[in-house]
Design a protein around this ligand. Sequence first.
Ligand SMILES: [Zn+2]
Length: 68
Amino acid sequence: MTCRSCNAPLVWIKSRAGKAIPCDPAVLSVVTDEGDVVRGRVSHFATCPQAAQHRKPKQPALFPEEPT
Ligand SMILES: [Zn+2]
């Protein structure tokens, strides 16, 4: 399985909610804010160089145009 955007290898991890999450294959040790060391993978959405294309710009209107 590879990313359609950047062709990076992916593994799919099923979340507790049953949703498949694309992740990078490398298993890393990370430390939680509570100080626990856990091993896990990084969501590919966080590392994909093309991630911007995964989330199509549905621009939130933060600054609505003011009538002129
Ligand atoms: Zn990618």
